[in-house]
Design a binder for this molecule. Sequence first.
Ligand code: ZN
Ligand code: ZN
Length: 727
Amino acid sequence: MNEKNKAEAERRAKLLKMRAERLPDIKKAFEENQKRNFNANFAPGGKDEHLVRKKTTVTKATATKKVVKTAAKTTKTIKKASPRNVKATKATPGATEKKRDVSLLVSTRKGEMVHHQRMLSQDVNAQATQHIIGIPVNKSRYNGYNGQQITMAQIKQARQHKDAVRVIPIGGLGEFGIGKNMTAIEYQGEIILIDMGTLFASEDYPGVNYMVPDSKWLDDNRDKVKAILFTHAHLDHIGACRHLLPYFGPLVPIYGTAFTIGMIKKQMSELPDVPDMNYHEIDPLKHENIKLSEHLSAEFIHTLHSIPGNTSIVIRTPNGNILLSGDWRFENNPMDTPADYDRLLEIRDKEGYALLLNESTNIDTPGTHPHSEYDVGENMGRVMDHYANGRVIISCFSSQVKRIELVLKEAAARGRKVAFAGYSMINNVEVALRARSIKVPKDTIMKMEDIIKLPDEKVTIVCTGSQGEMNAVLNRMVSGSHRYIKIKATDTIVFSSNPIPGNEPKVVGTVGGLLREGAQVIQNGKTHLTNIGPLHLSGHAYFEDHVKFVTDMQPKNYMPYHGEFYMLQHNAEMAENVVGIPKDRIIVADDGDVVELMPDQTIHKNGRIHVGNKLYDDADQQVNEAVVKDRIHISREGIFVVILTLSKKTGRLIKTPDIVSRAFIYLDNSEELIGKIRHYLRAKTDHTVSTEADVKALKEEIKEDVTHILFDATGHTPIVIPVINKV
Ligand SMILES: [Zn+2]
Ligand SMILES: [Zn+2]
């Protein structure tokens, strides 16, 4: 046995031992759970029992009062209404004359159409405003107001305490998806920003690719920003840099690890005018306390996640230390330098943590990570062994550069070459090489145009598209629109990822397409089908990891961040019920909430700042919310344009009205309906239209009437656009 094989055998033995050791852990976790006091807060004997009793009595009293008041109001309204009604009827004849009432020949009442339009507009609004707008509903028991919803009046009354350190989540909390992470920390007019991420829009937002935090508050406070810090280089933390960083210019220092800064620079280099920025690369293992402003300083701590150069950040403030966890996972057998957990514990012992902001992504996943990144690498090798005669195509997130390093190693060991496909994949590998985050075996990487000349059994391709993105490489390989690769029956495709919640149908579509081409597909989480797995390791801590982390850090106060609302809430429940942090020291905040850390190290919520989203399409152009609403409306009901040419002199129609219908009805089959509308338009224009006001009024009436005729015939209310030309 040579040295190499021996080392390999040892590594395997170590892995097997690790797995065997986990079994008792699982048993222990189960027993632990039996002892835990999960809450029934409002039940008799529960922590919030007193609230229930209070609430019932209060509600009863107010309820009766309310009824009385409403009754009184109703009588008043009726009395008042009658004289007005009379007036209205009197005025009607004049109006009708001016309105040129024309019979619409419809069988539905106008009220039915109006009702349909109202329901539609409610649906459209609900769909286009799933991101946080105005004051979000938050009646969580950890909401900072004892479960009571905050009102506009309360927000207006809020006055900031001079000595408070203000923690303000600008994005990433309670959104519909994980993303757009950005936190501000403010003390006496000095502001530190941490992360600037994007949030990918769902299918519900037609034509919108991603969202970035609304910058109004930043615009108003730009001069106060003393430093910008980045925890790591995932797009949900740095994606908005190209939109937000150029505001600040070369005076504001930007801090991050070498890989993170490399990725930001790469992104900024794609701007038409590359701004001159003040970048500082940090080596977290040096434990440097970076002075950011007169009162605030920061220390980066090396932690592990699914990307190189990942960190937590400790912000030292006059009211105590704030620990921002960033994204993290525990790893027993990491590829990277082990996490600097000792430093976190050292700071805890010497200085303590007044407030911990902890990420919430995988709080709903029980237990701890059952395997390591090395298992994933080993299984990639097994795929190459089992399917040795064909091409192996591995699809994963482009930021998983450590996993890519493993693929390279496994391929090199089997005499395979590797090519990368997908713009972001190639970019990230380049940045990783430059930041020395990965090592690459000699003569293994090839260009796509060269690798296809090799026999299939030598070819390994690492590509994007594991989320079933329509325009990503993998789908193009299926459809045949990829320049170099068309999937064939001898190919094996590995999905080294899990679908992000919401992407499942797209992934299913891609897998279906691959299978139809006769290819072998191996997905993570479906080990029973091929006996090969796991093929992915999540980058985020699981429930028991959080329990350990929060218990170890002993924070005075706790605030879940980086998560949808349910994740934040579950994270808070974990902190109270399992770790034992008192309820009044835990806050579930939304984007825009101002959380104040006081000199006595208590926390409370105090008002809100303006937050929101800017929507962008895939050409990086901003999309107005009104445009999104129109798109949704059109996609459901269509669009209907009538073009009238009137004589300037007589105001009558000169020629037959033109009618254009898109995404509504197919005109060829609708002669009767079109005839009806033409008839109506002729009758409607049998009057002089002289002033601009006349034209405007006529347009409004035509819009309403045509909508009614269309609704009557089809049950739909497309966007009706009347166009009037006068010649
Ligand atoms: Zn991340
Ligand atoms: Zn993240």
